[in-house]
Design a protein around this ligand. Sequence first.
Ligand code: TYC
Length: 103
Amino acid sequence: HTPEGGESVVLERLAQKIQPPQMYQVAMLNDDYTPMEFVVMVIQEFFGKDRESATQIMLKIHLDGKGICGVYSRDVAATKVDQVLDAAKQAGHPLQCVSEPIE
Ligand code: TYC
């Protein structure tokens, strides 16, 4: 049947309840021991960056202490952190990585 005024108010209120998922930034932390080359490889492999962008991100982390490697939904961000920490541990490097909600 034909929608009338009262229904559109209900639909608007429903639409307001549909929110995009909370997003999470995956940030890597600087340390004094992990080789720059290893960090660049990790950023390329797990965050899909080309060598140039990966190098820029690595240098930002090296200089500022921290840098964002990507932004993802909660589950994907948690998986990225696990992958980075596993790779670092396997290679014997102390590289640290965290996931943080944004906005
Ligand atoms: N600071 C490290 C070095 O001089 C390089 C490095 C960069 C380590 C980024 C960790 O997340 C990191 N070898």
